[in-house]
Write a protein that binds this ligand. Structure first.
Ligand SMILES: [Zn+2]
Length: 91
């Protein structure tokens, strides 16, 4: 069974069209999918071309981890000595 020959028979000429798999997407300067936090932090957001479904393609499932909405950082005060007694799974 020679499937490839059959497939090649029906190939069009040497015209090149932008493949449908190539999509235009916004990407944060971090290389991830830009979120509202990126915009809030005035991060640079680019528009670029990606292969749809590629791991490089920014996706909502992979939002930018750099510009995340964090609560106001609490400056280290006398109360928190950083004893590391809290088991917050930081590692
Ligand atoms: Zn970002």
């Amino acid at each position: 069974m020679n499937v490839m020959n059959k497939l090649h028979k029906n190939l069009p000429g040497a015209t090149f069209k932008k493949p449908k798999k190539i999509i235009k997407a916004s990407v944060c300067s971090s290389g991830y999918y830009p979120t509202d936090s990126c915009k809030a932090e005035k991060a640079k957001i680019y528009t670029d071309y990606f292969v749809s479904g590629s791991y490089l393609c920014p996706s909502e499932k992979n939002p930018c981890p750099v510009h995340v909405a964090t609560p106001t950082p609490v400056p280290p005060g006398p109360e928190g000595n950083g004893n590391g007694n809290k088991n917050n799974g930081n590692g």
